[in-house]
Design a protein around this ligand. Structure first.
Ligand code: NG6
Ligand code: CA
Length: 512
């Protein structure tokens, strides 16, 4: 028997197909379709990883296949900067889109410092939330917590949850600073009520051992600083008492943060709303404590080993995105908060075993420095199927992530110092910034076109403890980074017109 098909049904069917193709599976609620089309965003942010620490950026003595994958299958940037040569200010700028030198408190913070970002301030995660994103941070915070006099035995607030993160699993400051505990959404993980945590930075708790007084308890020797409370045989910055069960195991930290990031991704993968994950890894900051699986793997001592450990963890994170079926719908951004340092306060063979490895590549200086190696960092964008592999020398700052991500998600929220570089990050143009102010421990310099002008600064030329040239000089310095990327020739006296131009512009920008 033949089935009679009514023409009107066929018409309806075609209409339905047509509209489905045109608008996708549109919900009654129009916002839903828009949200589903927005990509997840993952920022992988390392701590003190240098421009020359990845094989994709020229390292020959270390192999970093997973970081290289992002660089070689995504856009690799060769002229991209952290705002600062230390951690706190760079992280402040990354999340707020504001130059850290505008905030006089944006300096390396102790573990007891109050929250540096205002709870009413706009941030990247807050901006993304206006477009329906779920937001998470896993890893290093180092932007202060609470309002001063934090009681670590109560919910610690305000913190990441109050400045835009729906989920936060963090260490408060750095791996070498107390409190050496994980904090989940404001609560110290594993804390027992009968063993409260006390934290101080200016004086010890009576009778508690310290690195200075109890060298017999130490497994990692301190070189400078780092001689206060001893946790897991490692002397730290600051004093801490109690909270035995809550203390982290340093060698497990990489696995621990990775698992938390993976859990976050797996929990969010089927959700209607896209997510933003800020994965702030601790490597290769001191104390460098590779898991036993990585000990000795680099032949370069713990610093090289933790870089390999970080590389492995990044591979696992990408695998998690792939297995969750969301790699094609996730934009991954990779960078570091400041340049490299070998001896940052512990005897850990970083100097002795460096061999031919050049953590800063051909750049001058390092962490803490106004020279290039302080702030020029590896930077990659990777989005499978969306970003074509390429290399870009466009001038970009981490400050620009705010405006670029705002553009990506269709938000009109701006941030004072952030410039929209989305098409640069997507590899569609090479038109970067014209100029940028760089900062190192509150001293600033002006990058303009191919030039950098460093004003005169008092202070030692070299930080002897870490053996890094800081960029201080009583004369003006001017370098052409195109012809002299290693900053060997100060051309301030041979190009006086350029120097004058940059001095004037610097004064305008800095208002001094
Ligand atoms: C310095 C520490 C250094 C490191 C740095 C912060 C001393 C002597 N040195 O004060 O080891 O912790 O602060 O690094 O204490 S950053 O990457 O978080 O900015
Ligand atoms: Ca750092």
């Amino acid at each position: 028997p033949s089935i009679e098909v009514k023409p009107c049904l066929i018409r309806d069917l075609f209409a339905a197909i047509f509209f489905t193709l045109l608008f996708g599976c549109k919900n009654e609620n129009t916002g839903q379709t828009e949200k589903r089309m927005l990509p997840n965003i993952v920022i992988i942010y390392l701590d003190d990883l240098g421009y020359g620490d990845l094989s994709a950026y020229g390292a020959t003595e270390l192999q970093t296949p997973n970081m290289d994958g992002l660089a070689n299958e995504g856009m690799k940037f060769t002229n991209t900067y952290a705002t600062s040569a230390t951690c706190t200010p760079s992280r402040y700028a990354l999340l707020t889109g504001i130059y850290p030198w505008r905030n006089e408190n944006a300096k390396i913070l102790p573990g007891t410092a109050p929250l540096l970002i205002g709870v009413d301030q706009m941030t990247v995660p807050k901006m993304l939330k206006t477009k329906g994103y779920h937001t998470g941070i896993v890893g290093k915070w180092h932007l202060g917590l609470g309002e001063g006099n934090v009681d670590w035995n109560q919910r610690v607030s305000p913190g990441p949850n109050e400045v835009g993160f729906d989920y936060a699993y963090i260490m408060a400051a750095t791996q070498d600073r107390v409190p050496t505990v994980y904090i989940e959404n404001g609560l110290v993980v594993g804390l027992e009520a009968d063993d409260p945590i006390l934290v101080e930075y200016d004086k010890n708790f009576e009778g508690e051992p310290t690195g200075l007084d109890n060298p017999e308890l130490i497994k990692m020797k301190w070189h400078h600083g780092h001689n206060n409370s001893i946790v897991n045989g490692i002397p730290r910055i600051g004093f801490m008492k109690g909270g035995e069960k809550a203390k982290w195991v340093d060698e497990d930290m990489a696995d621990h943060f990775l698992i938390k990031a993976q859990e976050y991704i797996r929990e969010r993968k089927n959700e209607e709303n896209p997510f933003f994950l800020y994965f702030a890894m601790q490597q290769p900051h001191v104390p460098r404590t590779p898991h036993p699986r990585f000990v000795g793997k680099s032949g370069m001592g713990p610093r090289g080993d933790v870089i390999l450990e970080a590389d492995w963890a990044i591979g696992e994170l990408l695998k998690t995105l792939e297995e969750a079926g969301i790699l094609e719908n996730t934009m991954v951004i990779f960078s570091s908060d400041n340049g490299p340092v070998l001896n940052d306060g512990y005897y850990d063979e970083a100097v002795e075993k460096i061999g031919n490895h050049k953590p800063a590549g051909i750049l001058r200086g390092g962490k803490y420095s106004l020279f290039e190696a302080g702030t020029k960092v590896p930077f990659m964008t990777y989005w499978k199927g969306k970003i074509k592999p390429g290399v870009s020398d466009a001038l970009v700052s981490q400050l620009d992530l705010f405006a670029s991500l705002s553009k990506l998600v269709g938000s009109d929220i701006a941030a004072e110092d952030s410039k929209d570089m989305l098409s640069v990050l997507m590899g569609e143009t090479n038109q970067g910034r014209e100029e940028l102010i760089l900062e190192a421990t509150t001293k600033t310099a002006l990058r303009s076109g191919d030039y950098i002008m460093i004003p005169p600064y008092q202070g030692p030329a070299v930080n002897q403890s870490v053996n890094i040239e800081l960029g201080n000089d009583i004369e003006y310095q001017l370098y052409n980074l195109k012809s002299d990327p290693g900053q060997k020739n100060n051309i301030a006296s041979t190009e006086p017109e350029m120097l004058e131009k940059l001095k004037k512009r610097f004064e305008e920008l800095r208002g001094i």
